[in-house]
Design a protein around this ligand. Sequence first.
Ligand code: CP3
Length: 350
Amino acid sequence: MIKTKPNFLYINSINKEPVDRTPIWIMRQAGRYLPEYNKVRQKHDFLTVCKTPELATEVTLQPIRRFGFDAAILFSDILVIPEALGQKLEFLENHGPKLSPQVLQDKDVENLKIEDIEIKLSYVGNAVKMITSELSGQTPLIGFSGSPFTLATYMIEGKPTRNFKFIKKMLYSDPQRLSSLLDLLTETVSRYLIMQIKAGVQAIQIFDTWGGILPVHLYEPFSAKYMKQIVRNLKGYNVPVTLFSKGGLELAKQLSDSNADMIGIDWMTDLSAAKDLLGKSYALQGNLDPTTLYGNQDIIQKEVEKILVVYGKESGHVFNLGHGILPDIPVDNVAFLVDTVREISEKLHA
Ligand code: CP3
């Protein structure tokens, strides 16, 4: 069990209640930049870690123990959903994830099986129960899912891609087929997240990693619309929801009527412009460029200060990177980042 004072900074910041410093966690905080994670991975492959609650709990807690982050995030992957729907999922060494067969025809959409989704993903619920019991209310646990559009890109492309040819071909040649897939994913993601909430997660984040490949005018009908539906489906559960999209202010703007609680801002976006646009109605999360952490301490400090000062002293900011941490970031630089955010933001809030 992790023993510290109960830490409500993350939830309080989202609710814009007073905080004495800015909370920090980082996307992909459990992962290959941590030596203790790699030790677990030497013995177990990635999906085994996701599917074994004891192992998922261990790696979820590793960054909390080491850095005392203000939130934990469930260790899993967005691609367990396509697997539960019936695609075969493999993580090939150095090639990234592979899903087969690709979803290309109407029959491929019809073959996806949403029944019993909660049972097929019950290992996630079991991990959530074990993690929250270990955290014992001291640090909040974030549950997550990919957005319907982001999940659809992986399901249709089948493997990492540069040009997203298959999903874009479907978008322009048979939009109805893509919409039925997105409808099915919206229902699946909603049910999956409700299962996580019932198991005990205290917050939700939806990752829309690939919405930014859409032309701006197609972002609402093919990505934002479905995330907004999920937010509506979760409304009665009283758990704050963050929408993270990667694709700049133009996309973030289209989330301004989402009724989510927090918007994740990528590193390409000017935080002060995002605050002007969204800061009244939403808390904001972000947005340090993840590659800043290759820099020396002077650079890291300067960039952190810029972000904290731009947001200012009021509540409503959760410090994070603008996307996931990279596997070869020096772990000492992460420790320095956490200390720096605490030091500077404490002064700012004093
Ligand atoms: O943030 C956390 O610490 C929680 C765990 C988490 C993972 N993946 C673990 C993981 C979360 C929240 C994710 C989300 C995820 N997965 C996204 C959305 C966020 C983003 O980064 O854009 C996406 C697109 C995926 C799909 C995925 N999973 C890819 C493309 C890859 C391979 C590329 C890579 O980074 O290696 C993964 C594998 C993966 N997911 C790893 C981890 C720790 C590395 C696997 C390993 O240990 O070898």
